[in-house]
Write a protein that binds this ligand. Structure first.
Ligand code: ATP
Ligand code: LTN
Length: 335
């Protein structure tokens, strides 16, 4: 592949079902990236194994994630959308990079600290080396940019450190990736505790809008969203975090500015505003639901996309892996 377009890489773990936060903060912004970049998006199923999974459910979630990517508008003929576990180069490079990563660096990762507190009975080595596998994902494709939410910045920094260390030893093997944080939707907050991030592992079902929630559920959850005792729709994250979060969701789905939203609801109460946000989100998700249902039935189409893109990902990533093998002095395959 000629490097005419810059390369973009991202992905999500195949754990649980996606939230409106994952959609507005990540997926929705990926859809048109192919116009500017050569894009690779992984279903990060190897990363999901760092937390114990029920095998049947896990397999279903991974398939559902792939279908959600496509239903949201990621065209698998214009983007390389593939399964991480189907492309062996990821685990192969991760091993090598493990030998170029220090325990001290990994010890500083806040996600490791958070996840080990949450899963105290299963603090496995994979959870510890999670960022090294993520570095391998990114570096294998020589990615120039990696769109992620603010919470993944630390992992991107360690990726850059590992790449620079390797390049200093062996010459320019890896492209040093830049993070790309979307302007709108980078942090959608919980509907129940608007100072906390909307997260798919939240125990309160009213705190999160799931991407596959039906219209009634979406509207009901927005009606129950925590706001404040005032009645004015005004953007002020400090004083009015609940209302501001709803405004930022409304802005993401309608494209309206905060001033336009303030004007639209001038003199109206929170009831009307919440209803409008719920309706707008449900309308945005309606075509996605329809396409998702169709895709889950079009087994052969999805299978074909997975197979072709797995092969493309392997072809591309294997070039980097072979270069790495050569540089570190592993003996070449005899053909
Ligand atoms: P968990 O709740 O289990 O930590 P998560 O909902 O944060 O999971 P990830 O798979 O870690 O989901 O994230 C996938 C992508 O979605 C990442 O790029 C992440 O930054 C983004 N993302 C997740 N939650 C939000 C949110 N509330 N607002 C904006 N972006 C988000
Ligand atoms: N750690 C990321 C998922 C992820 C990823 C990647 C994102 C795994 N490998 C490579 C971007 C690039 C997460 O939890 N969101």
């Amino acid at each position: 592949m000629e490097k005419e377009k810059k390369i973009l890489y991202s992905g999500m773990q195949a754990t649980n079902t996606l939230t409106l936060g994952n959609y507005l903060g990540a997926l929705k912004n990926w859809v048109n990236m192919y116009e500017e970049y050569e894009c690779f998006f992984g279903v990060m199923d190897l990363h999901s194994l760092t937390v114990r999974q029920n095998p049947a459910e896990f397999r279903k979630n991974a398939r559902s994630l792939y279908a959600l990517y496509v239903a949201a508008g990621l065209d698998p003929e214009k983007n390389c959308v593939y399964y991480q576990s189907h492309v062996p180069t990821h685990a192969q490079l991760a091993w090598i990079l493990n030998c170029f990563t220090y325990m001290g660096e990994l010890n500083r990762m806040t996600q490791f600290k958070d996840k080990s507190a949450k899963h105290a009975d299963n603090i496995n080595a994979g959870l510890f080396t999670y960022p090294v596998l993520m570095a391998a994902d990114i570096l294998l494709y020589q990615a120039d940019v990696v769109p992620v939410g603010a919470d993944q910045m630390q992992h991107l920094e360690i990726t850059r450190d590992i790449a620079e260390r390797f390049n200093n030893l062996y010459g320019d093997v890896f492209t040093i990736p830049e993070p790309y944080i979307a302007k709108a939707g980078a942090k959608i907050m919980s509907l129940q505790e608007p100072t906390k991030k909307m997260s798919k592992s939240d125990e309160n079902p009213n705190a999160t809008i799931l991407l596959l929630d039906d219209k009634d559920t979406i509207i009901r959850k927005f009606k129950r969203a925590v706001t404040d005792s005032d009645t004015v729709v005004r953007f002020d994250e400090e004083e009015k975090p609940g209302v501001s979060n709803l405004m930022s969701i409304y802005r993401c789905v309608t494209g309206k500015t905060y001033e336009e939203i303030e004007k639209e609801f001038d003199g109206k109460g929170y009831g009307d505003f919440k209803m409008a946000v719920g309706e707008a989100v449900a309308t945005e998700l309606e075509p996605l639901h329809k396409r998702y249902d169709e895709l889950m039935k079009e087994k052969s189409f999805i299978d074909k996309c997975i197979k072709e893109n797995d092969e493309k990902a392997y072809y591309f990533s294997n070039k980097t892996l072979r270069k790495v093998h050569k540089k570190v002095g592993l003996t070449e395959l005899i053909r």
